[in-house]
Structures are given as structure tokens and as C-alpha cells.
Design a protein around this ligand. Structure first.
Ligand code: ADP
Ligand code: MG
Length: 237
């Protein structure tokens, strides 16, 4: 397969070549870092699911996407892999601060994403934090939040840090993920999300994943997606 020739450090331009071949079946066939491949192997992930296979060629090229696939179809890995690769290729390090923000509607979902991130991202040197409110003391969190590379958050707690944490800095953000995007874009989170988005740099990659295809043009406009790729698997009959 032509993709087998691509090296770990190939930039996004050479990955465009890869995207024209469509996704491969196995993770080992993808042009991703050995560190990520090792993490996937440790998690016993070998074969891609439909949404992973359909989205990885685009997300790994740095494109914005809207990915829709039913619950249980493997959307978490579909965004964890491009997140890790984006920061890896940018040679992101401890000094570089927040490079990725993943937003999800509930604490439970955030916890699950954090676990997958720690498993698959174990070989990378990135620091990750779970910002979800509840039991953890926000004052303690404020001291460490600027040292984290990847934030997994609920909208409310992220906004609290944006409003209250001294020197909270996400000006170098490389990639934003909205998991369960249809729920986050819903009225309940509207104000919080608008306030969050307004504080993020516009030059970034944005990945939206949900169980249903988000159709609202307004929603997409307020997220300032750039020529998003619409990917939908398991269409409703
Ligand atoms: P979704 O977010 O679409 O509801 P999840 O990301 O939570 O789905 O994944 C559902 C389940 O599928 C999890 O138990 C996860 O470990 C498993 N899974 C995801 N991708 C793969 C894969 N490529 N191979 C095997 N199991 C997978
Ligand atoms: Mg999910």
C-alpha cells in the first residue's frame, strides 16, 4: 500500500496524498506515530471502526470535520488519534501550554475520554487534565491548568477557568474537539459555548462528533469551521 511509505514526521501536505486513498482497515497501516501505534496496541485496538476509517484520512490532514455515527461506534478514538498526532507533529512540549481542548457535555463522558486519552496517549509526553467541576477543588486546579497540554472539560468548568484563572492561556490552541456536539450546541450550553468560542484563537483545527448530523448552519458559523468535511456513517433508515 502506498501509505506504508510515509514516515512518522511527514507533514500535512504529504498526508493529503494519503487521504486520497481512503482509510485503511488496521491502525498499523496509518501514517501515525509509533507512540500512538504502541498505545493502540496496548489498548488491544487493531481494526478501525467505520467512523474511524471514514474520518482519519481527513482529520490527520488537519481538516475540520463533522463526524456523525451512532453511540458505541468508536468516536472517542476517532478524535483522540488526530489530537495526539497534531501535537506530536507540532513537537508540542511541557512548556507550550494548552494545545488541545476537548469539550463534552457530562462529567461521566469527560472521565471516559480522559481514560482513553491516558491509555492511547501513554507513550507521548503530553500532560492532560480533567476539568469537570464537582469534587475537585477549583482553586487547586487553577494552579496547574496553565501547565496542561490537553484539557478534557465540561463547558461550565472550562468557562469558569477562562473567567477566573489568572493568566489562563489558550492562545496557542491547535485543535478543538466537541464531543456529542449536538448536545453541546443545544440551548442549554449555548451561552457557555459562545463565551468559550469567543476566547479561542480562530486559526485551529476543529472536530465535531455526534450521534446525529448537526445541520444548523448558524451553529457551524459560530464555531468558524473551515470547509468542513461532513462524514456520516450508519445513516438512519
Ligand atoms: P461512541 O463515542 O461512538 O459512543 P466509544 O468511543 O465510546 O463510542 O467506543 C465504544 C466502545 O468501542 C468502547 O468500549 C471502545 O473501547 C470500543 N472501541 C472503539 N474503537 C474500537 C476499535 N477500533 N476496536 C475495538 N474496539 C473499539
Ligand atoms: Mg462518545
Amino acid at each position: 500500500a502506498p501509505i506504508g511509505k510515509l514516515e512518522d514526521n511527514d507533514d500535512e501536505n504529504s498526508l493529503l496524498l494519503f487521504s486520497s486513498y481512503g482509510g485503511c482497515k488496521k491502525f498499523v497501516q496509518y501514517p501515525i506515530s509509533q507512540k500512538t501505534k504502541d498505545g493502540l496496541a496496548e489498548g488491544k485496538f487493531k481494526v478501525t471502526t467505520d467512523i474511524q476509517r471514514a474520518s482519519l484520512p481527513h482529520t490527520l490532514c488537519g481538516r475540520d470535520i463533522l463526524g456523525a455515527a451512532k453511540t458505541g461506534s468508536g468516536k472517542t478514538l476517532a478524535f483522540i488519534i488526530p489530537v495526539l498526532e497534531k501535537l506530536y507533529r507540532a513537537r508540542w512540549g511541557p512548556e507550550d501550554g494548552v494545545g488541545c481542548i476537548i469539550i463534552t457535555p457530562t462529567r461521566e463522558l469527560a472521565g471516559q475520554i480522559f481514560d482513553v486519552l491516558n491509555l492511547v496517549g501513554k507513550r507521548h509526553g503530553f500532560s492532560a487534565g480533567l476539568l469537570i467541576g464537582g469534587r475537585k477543588d477549583v482553586e487547586v486546579e487553577k494552579e496547574s491548568v496553565n501547565d496542561l497540554n490537553i484539557l478534557v472539560c465540561t463547558p461550565g468548568r472550562l468557562l469558569q477557568h477562562m473567567d477566573e484563572t489568572q493568566n489562563f492561556d489558550c492562545s496557542q490552541l491547535q485543535i478543538l474537539v466537541l464531543d456529542e456536539a449536538d448536545r453541546i450546541l443545544d440551548v442549554g450550553f449555548k451561552q457557555a459555548l459562545n463565551a468559550i468560542i469567543s476566547q479561542l484563537p480562530k486559526k485551529r483545527q476543529t472536530l465535531l462528533f455526534s450521534a446525529t448530523q448537526t445541520k444548523s448552519i448558524q451553529d457551524l458559523a459560530r464555531l468558524s469551521l473551515k470547509d468542513p468535511e461532513y462524514i456520516s456513517v450508519h445513516k438512519e433508515h
